[in-house]
Design a protein around this ligand. Structure first.
Ligand code: NAD
Length: 480
């Protein structure tokens, strides 16, 4: 298998329907080798200004927001087909820059296409209400787009997340500026190719690759941006919320998580272990909705831990293009951070397996499990964003729910049991935006996704995801 990315593509900013170069570049690394693969044109404050002006002009002057919604929807769906028609190339690019195993990169490209298809097909289905006010009035509501929307994208699922919010914003008649992640921006450029392919008006979709503190901050603070959707860490979200507050514009916050799966002793062991393998070790735990805590009944903890450790010890590690389950972390910075948590964990729980950065090129971390982790300890409370699982024992069901809920985050929670009443009590009492019963990540593009507490607010996916990009206008008519 060839370990170099040989793809002929322009890695430049995409503004007003044109590729825009910059003498200043951002290097993009292959996380599996630690070597620079390509350089992309950096977006600075000047490019942000150009993109906002283009998006504003397109919103005000083009037909984009005025046409019959299905015409917009067809274009958005056409972008989905473009991604699918170029699946192999895009997945290979995504695999190389994100460090994601090739199979998972293929799933991500298909998922991005599905968001474009889902929201494109709903462009003509967002209907207002007719409100009865007695016989002297007619009253109805209409949904109108905000205008220029900014989408700040994290590195873990760059294409999927860009398509997720971008498609909803486009389908509702907004114009879009994507600020792609500086670590792995490459796959997002294919959305520009898709936009050209279907003939989106110039300025309708713009793509900027720049550093967060510079291009990201300038974009979110720009006075002509009408709405912002941010997916990323709590700290960055807080900064973006400050600039949204200064301008009084709406913001969607899709932030981090420290999600717990509760395991009762009647759960099927092998099935549960397979769920946990994917839940925490998929993409080496760099997943906002990862099952980073397993709260297991004390009578079952040793068996679950031993079986999962056995499975984890057999996972192979290697270059992402070879499809090994254990892939590299995104960067040296991330590896150092995760390895530090593993070191901290040695005094907060019993190390069962892993615990170190792997001794090889690239940014690889061993799959790591701690058992008997103390509730309230750092590895049990803080989002690590790496392949580190904390296993915590419980005795009574109420205690399990209390442990799961004792978190600043509230993105996801799950329960594994064959007892319907136990499952439903947990579903009722867990404080999280997503509750998974007997399958981690049960749900789909059609189901709303988002957080409670510091995991954020606003919902992406599903019909709820479209409502982020429209404002309600009420029209009251008096009959004379
Ligand atoms: P991050 O907050 O460091 O960066 C996210 C994006 O924000 C990047 O594009 C970055 O360039 C930009 N950015 C950084 N500083 C900025 C600023 N001052 N102003 C504007 N933009 C700025 O997060 P990350 O490390 O890329 O991603 C990991 C985090 O994202 C984790 O906390 C994870 O849980 C979260 N996440 C959440 C979801 C979700 O749907 N809830 C999905 C994926 C990731």
């Amino acid at each position: 298998m060839e370990h170099t990315l040989n793809v002929d593509h322009l890695w430049q900013n995409y503004i007003d329907g044109r590729w825009v170069d910059n003498d200043e570049k951002i290097p993009v690394y292959d996380p599996a080798t630690g070597k620079v693969m390509v350089e992309v044109a950096k977006a600075g404050v000047e490019e942000v200004e150009m993109a906002v002006q283009a998006a504003r002009r397109c919103f005000e002057e083009s037909e984009w927001r005025k046409v019959r919604p299905i015409e917009r929807g067809r274009k958005v769906m056409g972008m989905a087909q473009y991604l699918l028609d170029n699946l192999d190339e895009i997945a290979r690019v995504l695999c190389f820059d994100s460090g994601k195993p090739l199979d998972q990169a293929i799933v991500e490209v298909k998922s991005a296409a599905r968001f474009l298809e889902y929201y494109g097909s709903h462009a003509d289905k967002l209907e207002g209400r007719s409100i009865p006010l007695g016989e002297t009035y007619f009253d109805f509501t209409v949904y109108e787009p905000f205008g220029v929307t900014a989408h700040v994208i994290p590195w873990n699922y760059p294409l999927e997340i860009a398509a997720r919010s971008g498609a909803a914003a486009l389908a509702t008649g907004n114009t879009v500026i994507l600020k792609s992640p500086e670590n792995d921006p490459l796959s997002i450029y294919y959305l520009a190719d898709a936009a050209e392919h279907v003939g989106l008006p110039a300025g309708c979709l713009n793509i900027l690759t720049g550093y967060g503190y510079e291009a990201g901050a300038a974009l979110c603070a720009h006075p002509d941006v009408d709405q912002v959707c941010f997916t990323g860490s709590v700290g960055t979200g807080q900064k973006i919320l400050h600039s949204a507050a200064d301008k009084v514009i709406p913001a969607v916050m899709e932030l981090g998580g420290k999600s717990a799966g509760i395991v009762f002793p009647d759960a099927n062991l092998d099935y549960l272990v397979e769920q946990a393998k994917w839940g925490i070790f998929m993409y080496s735990g760099q997943v906002c909705s990862a099952m980073s805590r397993l709260v297991v009944h004390r009578s079952f903890m040793n068996e679950v831990t031993e079986t999962l450790a056995d499975v984890a010890s057999k996972l192979t590690m290697g270059h992402s293009i070879e499809n090994h389950f254990v892939n590299p972390l995104i960067s040296q910075v991330q590896l150092d951070r995760v390895a530090e948590y593993a070191a901290v964990g040695k005094s907060e729980g019993e190390l069962v397996i892993g615990g170190n950065a792997a001794e090889r090129d690239g940014y690889f971390m061993e799959p790591t499990i701690f058992m008997n982790v103390q509730p309230g300890s750092r590895i049990e409370q803080e989002e690590i964003f790496g392949p580190i699982l904390s296993i915590i024992p419980f005795d009574e069901p109420e205690e399990a729910v209390a442990i799961a809920n004792k978190s600043d985050y509230g993105l996801c929670a799950g329960v594994f049991t064959n007892d319907l009443n136990k499952a439903m009590r947990c579903a009722r009492d867990l404080r999280a935006g997503q509750i998974y019963v007997n399958e981690w990540w049960a749900g789909g593009h059609e189901t709303p996704f988002g957080g409670f507490k510091k995991s954020g607010f606003g919902r992406e996916k599903g019909i709820e995801g479209m409502l982020n990009y429209v404002q309600t206008k009420n029209v009251g008519i008096r009959i004379q």
